[in-house]
Design a protein around this ligand. Structure first.
Ligand code: ZN
Ligand code: ZN
Length: 418
């Protein structure tokens, strides 16, 4: 049940909301004149979507096309739909999206739904619906994961989400606080967010340039419950901040972002790792994850909460129990310093070092744009229907870079760049 249904957008600072919309278009997407824009958003985010459309058309957008989801409509399916509904998905919609991306349409996603929306629903139905949706989404996801076009994700302070992050506040105060946290993390609390993003991008590029120069063959993580060697894919490349899509547009796919990340080798991950923050996955909270890898594959998985869902996720396909991303984030990142658990990957992944199960990013290879899927797989890139980030970093975790000859270089000490 979702008891908190009041949405009162008037309590959200209109100036910062407008800056967020402008930042999404000018920094997140760098939308080019004549480009169409495909937008997905929670229905409650309509005030932000309208601002985005304004800025998109001012930037010369050809056509802005929004698609809305709605928490109550999603729940109605679980309450009233026939059983067979849970093996269905909107293939026709995702095929259309894939077609739009092939025609150079930019993609903007707004997140903000209740992270616990489906926590009371039948886990079998949730997993069937997730799987059907992932399969149907594949043609569109390939173009996003393959970075064919400029894309961007930003957040809207949904009422139920806000209540989850600030459980002791009144609904209005919770929304106000979450809005402020989103604005600060997205750097739109500054007078000139576009300039703030330019200098942030430059800082992240210093880190990726150093890591790319080191040519590590593996990273070794050690900390409480963690002794993990993550082999890196052959010809891997580190990315962070703004990067250039195959259509030639340099965009910032995530707002906020604090991470630098690359592709692990799908068959060269060994050892044990424990999560350092709960993972909110499609309405379920998975907590205290502990897994063991052998030859890149998870062979043992435990969680104090949501273990059933975790195990179902790992069974999605062959690549679901292997890694597709490893990312470094200092413990002193602004999002980590806020001390908040957002129950949302876009934010929580920028508070700590993390790994992701599933699909790798093709762009995280030298000359990635020219590699075929077979070449990517041969170099160690993982393939899966899923991509799920979870946090393994904290102020107690050290990371060494391991060179091909076995030499070790300190990369992180107590959660900070060494
Ligand atoms: Zn990441
Ligand atoms: Zn990720």
């Amino acid at each position: 049940m979702n008891a908190i249904s009041t949405e009162n957008p008037s309590i959200i600072d209109p100036v910062k909301l407008d800056r967020l919309a402008e930042t999404a278009i000018k920094v997140g997407l760098r939308l080019e004149p004549g480009q169409d824009l495909l937008l997905t958003a929670p229905s409650a985010a309509l005030p932000l979507v309208r601002k985005i459309a304004e800025h998109a058309y001012k930037a010369g957008a050809g056509l802005v096309m929004p698609f809305f989801s709605d928490e109550e409509i999603t729940l109605a399916r679980y309450r009233f739909a026939p059983d067979a509904s849970f093996d269905r998905a909107a293939n026709w919609l995702y095929d259309g999206m894939a077609k739009a991306f092939s025609a150079n349409t930019a993609r903007l996603a707004i997140v903000g739904d209740n992270p616990m929306l489906l926590s009371e629903q039948d886990p079998a139905k949730v997993s069937r619906a997730n799987k059907s949706n992932s399969m149907a989404y594949q043609p569109a996801l390939e173009k996003i994961a393959g970075f064919d076009i400029n894309w961007n994700i930003i957040a809207w302070p949904g009422a139920a989400w806000a209540q989850q992050v600030f459980p002791n506040d009144t609904p209005d105060n919770a929304v106000r606080k979450l809005a402020d946290a989103i604005f600060a993390a997205s750097r739109v609390d500054r007078d000139d967010p576009v300039a703030a993003w330019a200098s942030h991008n430059a800082e992240l590029h210093t880190k990726t340039a150093w890591l790319n120069g080191q040519r590590f063959s593996a990273l070794h993580f050690s900390g409480p419950g963690t002794d993990l060697t993550v082999g890196l894919a052959d010809g891997h490349e580190w990315h962070g901040g703004a990067s250039t899509a195959k259509n030639g547009i340099t965009c910032n796919p995530n707002i906020p972002t604090e991470e630098v990340f690359t592709t692990p080798h799908a068959h060269r991950v060994e050892g044990r790792v424990s999560s350092t923050k709960p993972l909110s996955y499609n309405g379920t909270l998975i907590d205290d994850i502990s897994v063991r890898f052998e030859a890149g594959r998870i062979v043992e998985a435990k969680a104090s909460r949501g273990e059933d869902v975790l195990k179902k996720v790992l069974e999605t396909d062959e690549g679901a129990s292997r890694l597709g991303e490893v990312a470094l984030v200092p413990h002193s990142s602004p999002i980590s310093k806020s001390g908040l658990l957002f129950f949302n990957t876009l934010f929580d992944e920028n508070a700590a070092c993390h790994i992701a199960l599933g699909q790798c990013y093709a762009k995280c290879f030298l000359d990635g744009a020219k590699l075929t899927p077979d070449q990517i797989a041969a170099q160690g890139g993982n393939k899966s229907l899923i991509h799920i980030d979870w946090m393994i970093g904290s102020d107690k975790v050290d990371i060494d870079g391991v060179k091909p000859d076995g030499t070790r270089v300190p990369v992180f000490r107590k959660g900070e760049w060494a």
